[in-house]
Write a protein that binds this ligand. Structure first.
Ligand code: F0G
Length: 468
Protein backbone atom coordinates (compact mmCIF):
# COMPACT_ATOMS: atom_id res chain seq x y z
CA UNK A 1 0.00 0.00 0.00
CA UNK A 2 1.24 3.48 -0.85
CA UNK A 3 2.45 5.55 2.06
CA UNK A 4 -0.49 7.86 2.63
CA UNK A 5 1.59 10.45 4.47
CA UNK A 6 3.92 11.08 1.51
CA UNK A 7 2.05 14.17 0.41
CA UNK A 8 2.62 15.89 3.73
CA UNK A 9 6.28 15.04 4.19
CA UNK A 10 8.77 17.87 4.69
CA UNK A 11 10.33 19.32 1.54
CA UNK A 12 13.86 18.07 1.02
CA UNK A 13 15.41 21.53 0.66
CA UNK A 14 14.26 22.88 3.96
CA UNK A 15 14.72 26.59 4.40
CA UNK A 16 13.96 28.18 7.73
CA UNK A 17 10.52 29.06 6.34
CA UNK A 18 9.58 25.49 7.20
CA UNK A 19 11.31 25.14 10.55
CA UNK A 20 9.47 27.96 12.37
CA UNK A 21 6.11 29.63 12.64
CA UNK A 22 5.80 33.29 13.55
CA UNK A 23 4.29 34.25 16.89
CA UNK A 24 5.35 37.89 17.14
CA UNK A 25 4.67 40.14 14.17
CA UNK A 26 6.63 43.30 13.46
CA UNK A 27 5.22 45.69 10.88
CA UNK A 28 7.56 46.87 8.16
CA UNK A 29 6.85 49.62 5.67
CA UNK A 30 8.34 50.74 2.42
CA UNK A 31 8.58 54.55 2.22
CA UNK A 32 7.62 55.75 -1.26
CA UNK A 33 10.25 56.25 -3.90
CA UNK A 34 10.54 60.05 -3.59
CA UNK A 35 10.92 59.74 0.18
CA UNK A 36 13.66 57.16 -0.25
CA UNK A 37 15.61 59.56 -2.48
CA UNK A 38 15.38 62.26 0.18
CA UNK A 39 16.32 59.84 2.99
CA UNK A 40 19.36 58.61 1.08
CA UNK A 41 20.63 62.11 0.40
CA UNK A 42 20.04 63.18 4.00
CA UNK A 43 22.05 60.13 5.13
CA UNK A 44 25.08 61.37 3.18
CA UNK A 45 24.70 58.25 1.01
CA UNK A 46 25.90 56.27 4.01
CA UNK A 47 23.42 53.50 4.76
CA UNK A 48 24.44 53.42 8.45
CA UNK A 49 22.77 56.84 8.81
CA UNK A 50 19.32 55.62 7.73
CA UNK A 51 16.77 54.96 10.45
CA UNK A 52 15.59 51.35 10.61
CA UNK A 53 11.94 52.42 10.35
CA UNK A 54 12.71 53.60 6.82
CA UNK A 55 14.18 50.26 5.78
CA UNK A 56 11.94 47.57 4.30
CA UNK A 57 14.20 44.51 4.21
CA UNK A 58 17.23 45.08 6.40
CA UNK A 59 20.20 43.03 5.22
CA UNK A 60 22.81 45.33 6.74
CA UNK A 61 23.99 42.60 9.05
CA UNK A 62 23.16 39.21 10.51
CA UNK A 63 24.58 40.45 13.82
CA UNK A 64 22.09 40.71 16.67
CA UNK A 65 19.21 41.15 14.22
CA UNK A 66 17.70 37.67 14.36
CA UNK A 67 14.53 36.44 16.06
CA UNK A 68 14.88 34.65 19.37
CA UNK A 69 12.92 31.46 19.98
CA UNK A 70 10.14 31.05 22.53
CA UNK A 71 12.58 29.09 24.70
CA UNK A 72 15.01 32.01 24.61
CA UNK A 73 12.29 34.48 25.59
CA UNK A 74 11.35 32.18 28.45
CA UNK A 75 15.00 32.09 29.55
CA UNK A 76 15.06 35.90 29.54
CA UNK A 77 12.41 35.95 32.24
CA UNK A 78 14.47 33.63 34.37
CA UNK A 79 17.62 35.76 34.05
CA UNK A 80 19.54 36.02 37.31
CA UNK A 81 20.87 39.55 37.69
CA UNK A 82 23.31 38.89 40.54
CA UNK A 83 26.53 40.85 40.11
CA UNK A 84 28.73 37.87 40.92
CA UNK A 85 28.21 34.17 40.21
CA UNK A 86 24.68 34.38 38.79
CA UNK A 87 22.78 31.29 37.66
CA UNK A 88 22.63 32.77 34.17
CA UNK A 89 26.43 32.90 34.04
CA UNK A 90 26.58 29.24 34.99
CA UNK A 91 24.02 28.39 32.31
CA UNK A 92 26.08 30.22 29.72
CA UNK A 93 29.27 28.57 30.86
CA UNK A 94 27.64 25.13 30.71
CA UNK A 95 26.31 25.81 27.19
CA UNK A 96 29.73 26.94 25.96
CA UNK A 97 31.28 23.82 27.50
CA UNK A 98 28.69 21.45 25.98
CA UNK A 99 28.46 23.04 22.55
CA UNK A 100 31.94 24.47 22.04
CA UNK A 101 34.06 22.46 24.47
CA UNK A 102 35.53 25.34 26.54
CA UNK A 103 35.07 25.48 30.31
CA UNK A 104 36.63 28.91 30.92
CA UNK A 105 34.89 32.04 29.66
CA UNK A 106 35.05 35.79 30.14
CA UNK A 107 31.73 37.31 29.02
CA UNK A 108 31.73 40.57 27.06
CA UNK A 109 29.05 42.91 25.79
CA UNK A 110 29.63 41.76 22.19
CA UNK A 111 32.32 40.36 19.92
CA UNK A 112 34.46 43.47 19.74
CA UNK A 113 34.42 43.77 23.53
CA UNK A 114 35.78 40.22 23.62
CA UNK A 115 38.38 41.22 21.00
CA UNK A 116 39.51 44.10 23.17
CA UNK A 117 39.84 41.79 26.17
CA UNK A 118 41.78 39.12 24.25
CA UNK A 119 43.97 41.10 21.87
CA UNK A 120 44.91 43.57 24.60
CA UNK A 121 46.12 40.58 26.63
CA UNK A 122 48.00 38.97 23.74
CA UNK A 123 49.63 41.74 21.75
CA UNK A 124 52.40 44.28 22.07
CA UNK A 125 53.65 47.06 19.83
CA UNK A 126 55.33 45.72 16.69
CA UNK A 127 53.66 42.30 16.79
CA UNK A 128 52.25 40.74 13.66
CA UNK A 129 48.93 38.89 13.66
CA UNK A 130 48.02 36.46 10.89
CA UNK A 131 44.38 35.82 10.06
CA UNK A 132 42.63 34.17 7.12
CA UNK A 133 41.00 37.61 6.83
CA UNK A 134 40.63 40.14 9.63
CA UNK A 135 37.09 41.33 10.16
CA UNK A 136 37.03 45.13 10.40
CA UNK A 137 36.77 45.35 14.20
CA UNK A 138 39.44 42.65 14.55
CA UNK A 139 41.78 44.61 12.30
CA UNK A 140 41.07 47.76 14.28
CA UNK A 141 41.74 46.03 17.61
CA UNK A 142 45.05 44.63 16.38
CA UNK A 143 46.01 48.06 15.01
CA UNK A 144 45.02 49.71 18.29
CA UNK A 145 47.66 47.58 20.04
CA UNK A 146 50.19 49.03 17.51
CA UNK A 147 50.44 45.57 15.99
CA UNK A 148 50.19 44.69 12.33
CA UNK A 149 47.19 42.68 11.04
CA UNK A 150 48.19 40.58 8.00
CA UNK A 151 45.59 38.71 5.95
CA UNK A 152 46.40 35.26 4.57
CA UNK A 153 43.32 34.24 2.58
CA UNK A 154 43.21 31.04 0.54
CA UNK A 155 44.47 31.53 -3.04
CA UNK A 156 40.99 30.77 -4.39
CA UNK A 157 39.23 33.13 -1.95
CA UNK A 158 38.50 35.60 -4.73
CA UNK A 159 37.77 33.14 -7.49
CA UNK A 160 34.10 33.95 -7.41
CA UNK A 161 32.92 30.98 -9.42
CA UNK A 162 35.35 28.33 -8.24
CA UNK A 163 33.54 25.40 -6.72
CA UNK A 164 36.55 24.45 -4.57
CA UNK A 165 35.15 23.95 -1.08
CA UNK A 166 36.48 25.88 1.91
CA UNK A 167 37.57 29.03 0.13
CA UNK A 168 37.63 30.63 3.59
CA UNK A 169 40.71 28.68 4.68
CA UNK A 170 43.85 30.23 6.12
CA UNK A 171 46.57 30.19 3.47
CA UNK A 172 49.23 28.21 5.32
CA UNK A 173 51.90 28.80 2.65
CA UNK A 174 51.34 32.55 2.75
CA UNK A 175 51.40 32.46 6.55
CA UNK A 176 54.77 30.66 6.45
CA UNK A 177 56.14 33.33 4.08
CA UNK A 178 55.04 36.14 6.37
CA UNK A 179 56.51 34.36 9.40
CA UNK A 180 59.83 33.97 7.56
CA UNK A 181 59.78 37.68 6.66
CA UNK A 182 58.95 39.10 10.08
CA UNK A 183 60.48 36.43 12.33
CA UNK A 184 58.47 33.89 14.36
CA UNK A 185 59.21 35.76 17.60
CA UNK A 186 57.09 38.64 16.30
CA UNK A 187 53.99 36.51 15.63
CA UNK A 188 52.29 35.90 18.99
CA UNK A 189 48.91 35.01 17.50
CA UNK A 190 47.44 33.22 14.51
CA UNK A 191 43.71 33.72 14.06
CA UNK A 192 41.27 31.65 12.05
CA UNK A 193 37.93 33.32 11.44
CA UNK A 194 35.14 30.77 10.91
CA UNK A 195 33.33 31.40 8.67
CA UNK A 196 35.55 33.94 6.92
CA UNK A 197 33.18 36.89 6.93
CA UNK A 198 35.45 39.31 5.07
CA UNK A 199 36.07 36.69 2.37
CA UNK A 200 32.45 36.22 1.35
CA UNK A 201 31.54 34.23 4.47
CA UNK A 202 33.33 31.18 3.14
CA UNK A 203 33.79 28.21 5.45
CA UNK A 204 37.03 26.82 6.83
CA UNK A 205 37.75 23.09 6.92
CA UNK A 206 38.67 21.16 10.04
CA UNK A 207 41.81 20.05 8.23
CA UNK A 208 42.83 23.67 7.72
CA UNK A 209 42.43 24.46 11.41
CA UNK A 210 44.46 21.36 12.22
CA UNK A 211 47.25 22.74 10.04
CA UNK A 212 46.93 26.18 11.61
CA UNK A 213 47.39 24.45 14.98
CA UNK A 214 50.58 22.78 13.78
CA UNK A 215 51.83 26.11 12.49
CA UNK A 216 51.06 27.83 15.78
CA UNK A 217 52.97 25.08 17.61
CA UNK A 218 55.99 25.55 15.35
CA UNK A 219 56.02 29.31 15.87
CA UNK A 220 55.07 29.27 19.53
CA UNK A 221 51.98 31.37 18.76
CA UNK A 222 48.57 31.28 20.39
CA UNK A 223 45.91 29.90 18.03
CA UNK A 224 42.74 31.96 18.23
CA UNK A 225 39.47 31.05 16.54
CA UNK A 226 37.01 33.83 15.85
CA UNK A 227 33.98 31.59 16.25
CA UNK A 228 31.14 34.01 15.44
CA UNK A 229 29.60 31.64 12.90
CA UNK A 230 30.99 28.34 14.14
CA UNK A 231 27.71 26.42 13.75
CA UNK A 232 27.23 27.47 10.12
CA UNK A 233 30.87 26.51 9.55
CA UNK A 234 30.38 23.10 11.15
CA UNK A 235 27.36 22.49 8.94
CA UNK A 236 29.46 23.19 5.83
CA UNK A 237 32.07 20.75 7.14
CA UNK A 238 29.38 18.11 7.56
CA UNK A 239 28.17 18.70 4.01
CA UNK A 240 31.49 19.13 2.20
CA UNK A 241 34.54 17.83 4.09
CA UNK A 242 35.52 14.24 3.62
CA UNK A 243 34.92 12.07 6.64
CA UNK A 244 32.33 14.28 8.38
CA UNK A 245 29.05 13.30 6.71
CA UNK A 246 28.11 11.08 9.65
CA UNK A 247 29.07 13.51 12.42
CA UNK A 248 26.65 15.90 14.10
CA UNK A 249 27.11 19.67 13.89
CA UNK A 250 27.99 19.73 17.59
CA UNK A 251 30.59 17.00 17.22
CA UNK A 252 32.20 18.85 14.33
CA UNK A 253 32.09 22.21 16.10
CA UNK A 254 33.74 20.74 19.18
CA UNK A 255 36.40 18.99 17.14
CA UNK A 256 37.23 22.11 15.16
CA UNK A 257 37.25 24.49 18.11
CA UNK A 258 39.34 22.11 20.23
CA UNK A 259 42.39 23.09 18.19
CA UNK A 260 42.23 26.65 19.54
CA UNK A 261 43.94 28.05 22.61
CA UNK A 262 41.38 30.82 22.77
CA UNK A 263 38.06 31.60 21.14
CA UNK A 264 36.62 35.04 20.59
CA UNK A 265 32.87 35.01 20.09
CA UNK A 266 30.10 37.38 19.16
CA UNK A 267 26.89 35.88 20.52
CA UNK A 268 25.02 38.12 18.08
CA UNK A 269 25.69 35.58 15.36
CA UNK A 270 25.56 31.89 16.26
CA UNK A 271 24.64 32.66 19.87
CA UNK A 272 21.26 33.64 18.34
CA UNK A 273 20.91 36.68 20.61
CA UNK A 274 20.68 40.42 20.17
CA UNK A 275 23.63 41.25 22.44
CA UNK A 276 26.59 39.53 24.03
CA UNK A 277 29.86 37.74 23.45
CA UNK A 278 32.77 36.17 25.26
CA UNK A 279 36.35 35.05 25.23
CA UNK A 280 36.95 31.37 25.98
CA UNK A 281 40.38 30.05 26.92
CA UNK A 282 41.36 26.37 26.84
CA UNK A 283 41.87 24.66 30.16
CA UNK A 284 45.64 24.28 29.87
CA UNK A 285 48.17 25.30 32.53
CA UNK A 286 50.23 27.04 29.83
CA UNK A 287 47.29 29.37 29.21
CA UNK A 288 46.49 30.20 32.85
CA UNK A 289 48.20 33.57 32.64
CA UNK A 290 46.28 34.45 29.49
CA UNK A 291 42.98 33.56 31.13
CA UNK A 292 43.85 35.58 34.26
CA UNK A 293 44.82 38.62 32.17
CA UNK A 294 41.59 38.29 30.20
CA UNK A 295 39.62 38.22 33.45
CA UNK A 296 41.37 41.37 34.66
CA UNK A 297 40.81 43.14 31.36
CA UNK A 298 37.22 41.91 31.42
CA UNK A 299 36.69 43.61 34.77
CA UNK A 300 38.35 46.79 33.52
CA UNK A 301 36.51 47.15 30.22
CA UNK A 302 33.38 45.00 30.33
CA UNK A 303 32.13 44.19 33.83
CA UNK A 304 32.79 41.63 36.53
CA UNK A 305 33.90 38.36 34.97
CA UNK A 306 30.62 36.59 35.63
CA UNK A 307 28.60 39.03 33.52
CA UNK A 308 30.99 41.10 31.42
CA UNK A 309 28.67 43.71 29.98
CA UNK A 310 25.67 41.42 29.62
CA UNK A 311 22.54 41.42 31.72
CA UNK A 312 21.92 38.06 33.40
CA UNK A 313 18.90 37.57 31.14
CA UNK A 314 21.05 38.07 28.03
CA UNK A 315 23.43 35.35 29.21
CA UNK A 316 20.46 33.06 29.87
CA UNK A 317 19.10 33.65 26.36
CA UNK A 318 22.52 33.05 24.81
CA UNK A 319 22.88 29.79 26.71
CA UNK A 320 19.71 28.55 25.01
CA UNK A 321 20.67 30.11 21.66
CA UNK A 322 24.03 28.34 21.48
CA UNK A 323 22.30 25.00 21.92
CA UNK A 324 19.70 25.83 19.24
CA UNK A 325 22.36 27.01 16.78
CA UNK A 326 23.77 23.51 16.46
CA UNK A 327 20.40 21.79 15.96
CA UNK A 328 20.38 20.30 12.49
CA UNK A 329 16.94 21.64 11.50
CA UNK A 330 17.95 25.15 12.48
CA UNK A 331 21.33 25.36 10.81
CA UNK A 332 20.36 23.42 7.68
CA UNK A 333 17.38 25.75 7.18
CA UNK A 334 19.51 28.80 7.81
CA UNK A 335 22.12 27.89 5.23
CA UNK A 336 19.42 26.84 2.74
CA UNK A 337 17.65 30.19 3.00
CA UNK A 338 20.88 32.03 2.18
CA UNK A 339 21.48 29.67 -0.73
CA UNK A 340 17.96 30.25 -2.04
CA UNK A 341 18.62 33.99 -2.19
CA UNK A 342 21.96 33.46 -3.93
CA UNK A 343 20.46 31.02 -6.43
CA UNK A 344 17.56 33.36 -7.21
CA UNK A 345 19.97 36.18 -7.94
CA UNK A 346 22.27 33.98 -10.01
CA UNK A 347 19.33 32.74 -12.07
CA UNK A 348 18.47 36.37 -12.80
CA UNK A 349 21.98 36.86 -14.20
CA UNK A 350 23.35 38.80 -11.23
CA UNK A 351 27.08 38.18 -10.58
CA UNK A 352 27.08 36.62 -7.10
CA UNK A 353 29.87 34.90 -5.23
CA UNK A 354 29.48 31.12 -5.55
CA UNK A 355 28.99 29.05 -3.58
CA UNK A 356 27.36 31.36 -1.05
CA UNK A 357 28.55 31.28 2.56
CA UNK A 358 26.34 30.66 5.56
CA UNK A 359 25.18 34.13 6.49
CA UNK A 360 25.17 36.37 3.45
CA UNK A 361 25.11 36.72 -0.29
CA UNK A 362 27.92 38.74 -1.83
CA UNK A 363 27.31 40.51 -5.14
CA UNK A 364 30.29 41.34 -7.34
CA UNK A 365 29.62 45.05 -7.73
CA UNK A 366 32.68 45.49 -9.95
CA UNK A 367 31.06 43.22 -12.52
CA UNK A 368 27.60 44.63 -11.86
CA UNK A 369 28.81 48.18 -12.66
CA UNK A 370 31.80 47.64 -14.98
CA UNK A 371 31.89 51.35 -15.78
CA UNK A 372 32.32 52.51 -12.18
CA UNK A 373 36.02 52.34 -11.20
CA UNK A 374 37.06 51.07 -7.76
CA UNK A 375 38.02 54.59 -6.70
CA UNK A 376 34.34 55.51 -7.09
CA UNK A 377 33.05 52.66 -4.91
CA UNK A 378 30.82 50.50 -7.15
CA UNK A 379 29.81 48.43 -4.08
CA UNK A 380 28.52 51.55 -2.39
CA UNK A 381 26.71 52.61 -5.57
CA UNK A 382 24.86 49.28 -5.45
CA UNK A 383 24.09 49.70 -1.74
CA UNK A 384 22.53 53.11 -2.48
CA UNK A 385 20.55 51.87 -5.48
CA UNK A 386 19.13 48.88 -3.59
CA UNK A 387 17.77 51.28 -1.01
CA UNK A 388 16.45 53.66 -3.65
CA UNK A 389 14.84 50.86 -5.66
CA UNK A 390 13.36 48.64 -2.96
CA UNK A 391 14.10 49.96 0.52
CA UNK A 392 16.73 47.26 1.00
CA UNK A 393 19.76 47.88 3.17
CA UNK A 394 22.97 46.02 2.34
CA UNK A 395 26.59 46.91 3.02
CA UNK A 396 29.65 47.68 0.91
CA UNK A 397 32.63 45.36 1.42
CA UNK A 398 35.06 46.74 -1.13
CA UNK A 399 37.26 49.81 -1.46
CA UNK A 400 35.29 51.81 1.07
CA UNK A 401 35.70 49.28 3.89
CA UNK A 402 39.10 47.94 2.76
CA UNK A 403 40.89 50.96 1.25
CA UNK A 404 44.31 49.33 0.83
CA UNK A 405 43.39 45.75 0.07
CA UNK A 406 43.60 44.02 -3.26
CA UNK A 407 40.13 42.50 -3.29
CA UNK A 408 36.94 42.63 -5.32
CA UNK A 409 34.26 45.27 -5.00
CA UNK A 410 31.50 43.49 -3.11
CA UNK A 411 28.09 44.33 -1.76
CA UNK A 412 26.97 42.06 1.04
CA UNK A 413 23.36 41.13 1.70
CA UNK A 414 23.47 39.56 5.17
CA UNK A 415 20.47 37.48 6.19
CA UNK A 416 19.23 37.91 9.78
CA UNK A 417 18.47 34.60 11.45
CA UNK A 418 14.86 33.34 11.49
CA UNK A 419 13.58 36.76 10.42
CA UNK A 420 12.71 37.00 6.73
CA UNK A 421 10.79 34.60 4.53
CA UNK A 422 10.54 33.63 0.89
CA UNK A 423 8.46 36.70 -0.02
CA UNK A 424 11.19 38.97 1.33
CA UNK A 425 13.83 37.07 -0.59
CA UNK A 426 11.70 37.42 -3.72
CA UNK A 427 11.44 41.18 -3.15
CA UNK A 428 15.21 41.37 -2.81
CA UNK A 429 15.76 39.40 -6.03
CA UNK A 430 13.31 41.58 -7.96
CA UNK A 431 14.89 44.77 -6.58
CA UNK A 432 18.41 43.71 -7.55
CA UNK A 433 17.14 42.76 -11.02
CA UNK A 434 15.48 46.16 -11.45
CA UNK A 435 18.72 47.95 -10.56
CA UNK A 436 20.64 45.65 -12.92
CA UNK A 437 18.34 46.62 -15.79
CA UNK A 438 19.18 50.31 -15.34
CA UNK A 439 22.82 49.79 -14.32
CA UNK A 440 24.17 52.08 -17.05
CA UNK A 441 22.43 55.08 -15.50
CA UNK A 442 24.09 54.67 -12.09
CA UNK A 443 27.08 56.80 -11.10
CA UNK A 444 29.88 56.31 -8.56
CA UNK A 445 30.60 58.17 -5.33
CA UNK A 446 33.35 60.18 -3.70
CA UNK A 447 34.03 60.65 0.01
CA UNK A 448 32.94 64.07 1.19
CA UNK A 449 33.93 63.75 4.86
CA UNK A 450 36.15 61.12 6.45
CA UNK A 451 36.67 60.24 10.14
CA UNK A 452 40.11 59.83 11.73
CA UNK A 453 40.31 56.01 12.08
CA UNK A 454 40.75 54.62 8.55
CA UNK A 455 39.79 51.08 9.61
CA UNK A 456 36.35 52.33 10.64
CA UNK A 457 35.65 55.01 8.05
CA UNK A 458 32.70 53.26 6.39
CA UNK A 459 30.60 53.59 9.55
CA UNK A 460 30.57 57.37 9.57
CA UNK A 461 31.97 58.73 6.28
CA UNK A 462 29.77 61.06 4.20
CA UNK A 463 29.63 60.42 0.49
CA UNK A 464 28.38 62.28 -2.55
CA UNK A 465 27.45 61.04 -6.02
CA UNK A 466 29.74 61.91 -8.90
CA UNK A 467 27.74 63.52 -11.68
CA UNK A 468 27.76 61.42 -14.86
N1 F0G B 1 34.40 38.93 14.14
C1 F0G B 1 33.66 38.68 13.04
C2 F0G B 1 34.08 37.63 12.07
C3 F0G B 1 32.48 39.40 12.82
O1 F0G B 1 31.74 39.13 11.74
C4 F0G B 1 32.09 40.39 13.76
C5 F0G B 1 30.90 41.19 13.54
C6 F0G B 1 32.89 40.60 14.90
C7 F0G B 1 34.05 39.85 15.05
C8 F0G B 1 32.54 41.61 15.94
O2 F0G B 1 31.42 41.21 16.66
O3 F0G B 1 29.67 42.94 16.16
O4 F0G B 1 29.50 41.48 18.17
O5 F0G B 1 31.19 43.27 18.07
N2 F0G B 1 30.29 41.24 12.44
C9 F0G B 1 29.09 41.97 12.13
C10 F0G B 1 28.86 41.96 10.64
C11 F0G B 1 29.02 43.33 12.72
O6 F0G B 1 27.96 42.69 10.20
O7 F0G B 1 29.50 41.21 9.92
P1 F0G B 1 30.39 42.29 17.30
Amino acid sequence: MANTTDHISMPTTTTDDFAYKTTVATRIELPDRAERDVILEAAGYNIFNIDARNVYVDLLTDSGTGAMSDDQWAALLRGDEAYAGSESFHELRAAVADVMGFEQIVPAHQGRGAENVLYGALLEEGDVVLNNTHFDTTRAHVATQDADPVDCPAPEAWEMDSTVPFKGNLNIDRALEVIAEVGPENVPAIVVTITNNSAAGQPVSVENVRRARELANEVGAVLVIDACRFAENAYFVQQCEEGYAGATVTEIAREQLAFADAVVMSGKKDGLVNAGGFVAVADDPGLDDLFETCKQRGILYEGFFTYGGMAGRDMAAMAVGLREAVEHSYVAGRVASVRELADGLAEAGIPVYQPPGGHAVYIDAGKFFPEIPSAEFPGQALVCELYREGGIRGIELGSLVFPDADRPELTRLAVPRRTYHREHRQHVIETVEAVYERRETVSGYRIAGEPSMPELRHFTADLEPIEK
